[in-house]
Design a protein around this ligand. Structure first.
Ligand SMILES: [Zn+2]
Length: 222
């Protein structure tokens, strides 16, 4: 009855969803601007990190382009409280990657942390939601407590690339209480832009021998 009065609608085209569809209708899901980076060696995410830090493999789900439907979905998720949108998109991506065994070897999923103040202001932690969706799809544990953010940095968009790097470099630490850090972790973030945040997080593990780090983001800003 509730479904008749308030049917679940596709978050892109707003048509009612049918049985088996979640968040998006079949057509909108099919038409997402996928990057298919997991099928490409030396893909653009990896190219942005080459020479800066060591990693095993990196991928992003979709292109994050101004005005695109996908970008609007990410905004709904990040700023308007639609946590189920992020969870749903991450789940779709995780299942598509699983068809290529992309997750093989990954021992834990680690969301890039938000500062507690930012999380408090927003009411939820979007990278944790993405990590949880991926962990559930792959049946791989999520480790929320390995990386900590130590100080609040204001919005990074108005700063130069160097400022951003310097700023975020100081912001992350490995939790001193973290024990038995898994040897291959997957860092999860929402949108990959310059890569400076991911780079800072990867460098945290430089001192650990044989540490392997892979990277996944939902959006990729060209
Ligand atoms: Zn649709």
């Amino acid at each position: 009855m509730i479904n008749l009065l308030f049917p679940n609608l596709c978050h892109i085209c707003h048509r009612p969803l049918v049985k088996g569809e979640k968040i998006l209708c079949t057509r909108c899901k099919r038409d997402l601007p996928r990057t298919d980076f997991h099928l490409k060696e030396n893909n653009p995410v990896e190219m942005r990190l080459f020479g800066k830090c060591d990693f095993i493999k990196c991928t992003s789900f979709c292109y994050y382009r101004k005005g695109d439907s996908f970008t609007k979905l990410i905004h709904q998720f990040k700023y308007n409280g639609f946590t189920e949108v992020g969870y749903g998109l991450a789940g779709i991506f995780a299942r598509e990657l699983m068809a290529h065994n992309w997750q093989n070897g990954i021992e834990a999923i680690v969301p890039v942390p938000l500062h507690p103040f930012k999380r408090f202001m927003r009411g939820y932690d979007q990278t944790k939601i993405l990590a949880n969706a991926i962990g559930k799809s792959w049946n791989i544990p999520v480790s929320n407590d390995i990386i900590r953010k130590t100080k609040y940095n204001t919005t990074q968009t108005k700063k130069s690339l160097i400022d951003r790097y310097e700023n975020s470099k100081e912001c992350y630490i490995i939790n001193p209480k973290a024990k038995n850090i898994p040897k291959h972790i997957l860092l999860v973030d929402d949108v990959f832009t310059s890569g400076s945040t991911i780079e800072s997080c990867i460098h945290l593990f430089d001192h650990i021998p044989q540490m392997k780090i892979s990277v996944l983001t939902i959006g990729f800003a060209e």
